[in-house]
Design a protein around this ligand. Structure first.
Ligand code: FBP
Length: 540
């Protein structure tokens, strides 16, 4: 019943996309203001010469309805990276705005499918079936990075063979970096448009793009689960729950879930890095809170841990940098080694202090730090049991400080649970409109842009952000690479300050909230992420 009813749910559309009869029409765009740049404007302009010279580095705002759009376009859409709720509505929006006079192809299996030319025609019937449903299963996805000259050439050939004049890449920061590189390489024959997806919420552009899609649904799902656990703690009165939440490097997910549920402890990676809090101090603080609460009779609590914490703890950050370089340098010889052998290898290669730190970590953590990086060079933080590390170390510290304090624990990792649920109303509308924007950009002959919506509290302002305005130079795989800058939690942001001002009270007593399952109908259906509302100034 749920899926059937969800497909019928009306998706709100920005007024600009509706003609007088209420039918969907594309919009045209106008460039605004000065070019958008990061700190690396010069090398970026050199790398993306064609796009920048053609003026494709300025923000676009939607101006008016395009009542006589270009016909006969052949566009393809692919999903890249981890799934996020609402992807199917991007496809639906694209199909709606391109209409029957243009062709929309789906790429099966992400960037890899693109390289293999795995296309199929998307029909109106398909769209009816997938509208408002979760997952990326309609097309499938993968994490292949298109990086070699041969791969770029292969994409060009595939596009020519299939007579494509546009490609839409639905992805996170790395995938949109790939979109920018493809836009430059395929210029002017094939337009490339990015759509900002990721539950991590780390693909943002200030007031032009408050959040990526999938974040709202994922955080609502995690907040329900965390709320249920919080409700369990004073009921059973005996457990501490250490909960790691997905979100890769940034702590946006952890912060949002904390704002929705108010647990006893919330760790924010960016704060740990900014205040240079060493592992020892994090553990000591946790032990002190457990002991203090136990003295008040509260032998329970919840600790929220962002997935990427380990990369931000200052003593571990340097170690990880060294390990990343080591793994890049010895990639060939490490490739076929078991994790245990890699551990022995790293222990020998590391220098004095780092070797000591490495050996002080439990073996299960040492091995996880030596897992293969993904094709974009990222450490697979979702595989590292940071929650278990903190439990073990906190237990040891409590034993030293107050051996009689009870500390029964449970560890959890909520990640994959949140990526494929049916989109919240926020994500359903956000994604359908992003699809309409991406399709309009194609018909307006733009390339190298990412579809965006701002002013979400007022129904959305239609924008397009030049991808070159988001790219900077970062070290990956041990060398400099052009990548989209990840948006991390800012410790001076309203959302972080909101948490910081209340967390002492939240740890001193049980003042949690349990928000329950996400709602698609009724008064709670329109609630947007609290962190977004605070940071954008929609709420205080
Ligand atoms: P994207 O950046 O591709 O959207 O990835 C989101 C994510 O869910 C991260 O939070 C997580 O670290 C990662 O994917 C897990 O990757 P995988 O699906 O390959 O296990």
């Amino acid at each position: 019943i749920f899926e059937r009813e969800v497909r019928k749910l009306a998706v709100p559309v920005c007024k600009l996309f509706l003609d007088e009869q209420g039918q969907i029409v594309p919009v045209t765009f106008n460039p605004e203001g000065k070019p958008l740049n990061t700190k690396d404007a010069k090398p970026v302009a050199a790398e993306f010469r064609h796009i920048v010279q053609a003026g494709g580095n300025r923000l676009l705002t939607a101006k008016r309805k395009n009542l006589s759009p270009t016909l006969g376009q052949r566009a393809a859409v692919l999903f890249s990276g981890g799934p996020a709720a609402g992807g199917h509505n991007v496809v639906a929006g694209l199909k709606a705005v391109l209409g029957r006079q243009n062709v929309l192809l789906g790429v099966r299996g992400g960037p890899k499918g693109l390289l293999n030319g795995e296309f199929f025609t998307i029909t109106d019937k398909d769209v009816k079936r997938i509208l408002n449903t979760g997952g990326f299963d309609f097309l499938g996805s993968d994490r292949t990075k298109i990086k070699t000259t041969e791969q770029f050439l292969q994409v060009k050939k595939v596009c020519a063979k299939n007579k494509l004049n546009a490609l839409v890449i639905v992805g996170g920061d790395d995938s949109n970096t790939n979109a920018a590189l493809l836009a430059e390489y395929l210029y002017p024959e094939v337009q490339v448009i990015g759509v900002p997806k990721t539950i991590d919420g780390d693909l943002q552009a200030g007031k032009f793009l408050p959040i990526s899609f999938g974040f709202d649904t994922a955080t609502k799902i995690y907040a329900e689960l965390v709320g249920n656990i919080l409700q369990d703690t004073p009921s059973s009165r005996k457990y501490w729950h250490f909960i790691k939440l997905m979100g890769r490097a940034a702590s946006h997910v952890a912060l949002e879930v904390a704002l929705q549920t108010r647990p006893a402890v919330t760790l924010i990676s960016e704060e740990v890095a900014a205040r240079k809090i060493p592992l020892r101090k994090i553990v000591d603080d946790l032990a002190q809170i457990v002991i203090k609460r136990a003295k008040k009779g509260l032998k329970h609590g919840v600790v929220i841990i962002p997935e990427g914490l380990i990369e931000f703890i200052p003593d571990l950050t340097d170690l990880l940098k060294t390990l990343n370089d080591l793994m890049a340098r010895h990639a060939a010889s490490l490739k076929n080694l078991s994790l245990a052998k890699r551990r022995e290898f790293a222990a020998k290669e590391l220098q004095s202090e780092q070797a000591a730190l490495f050996k002080s970590l439990p073996e299960y953590i040492q091995e996880m730090l030596l897992l293969d990086r993904d094709s974009h060079g990222n450490l697979q933080v979702s595989q590292i049991p940071t929650e278990k590390l903190l439990i073990d170390m906190t237990a040891a510290r409590i034993k030293q400080l107050s051996p009689d304090t009870p500390f029964a624990t449970n560890s959890h990792f909520f990640g994959y649970e949140g990526r494929c649920g049916a989109p919240s109303l926020f994500d359903a509308a956000f994604t359908f409109n992003l699809g309409l924007i991406a399709g309009s950009l194609i018909l307006d002959k733009r390339t190298g842009y990412m579809a965006a919506l701002s002013d979400l509290h007022k129904g959305g302002r239609v924008l397009a952000i030049p991808l070159t305005g988001l790219i900077n130079v970062e070290k990956r795989h041990g060398k400099d690479e052009m990548v989209i800058e990840k948006a991390l939690v800012k410790t001076n942001s309203p959302a972080f300050k909101f948490l910081a001002a209340r967390r002492r009270a939240w740890s001193a007593a049980d003042v949690f909230t349990s928000p329950g399952p996400r709602q698609l109908w009724g008064p709670a259906a329109n609630q947007m992420p609290i962190s977004v509302a605070l940071n954008q100034g929609y709420a205080s």
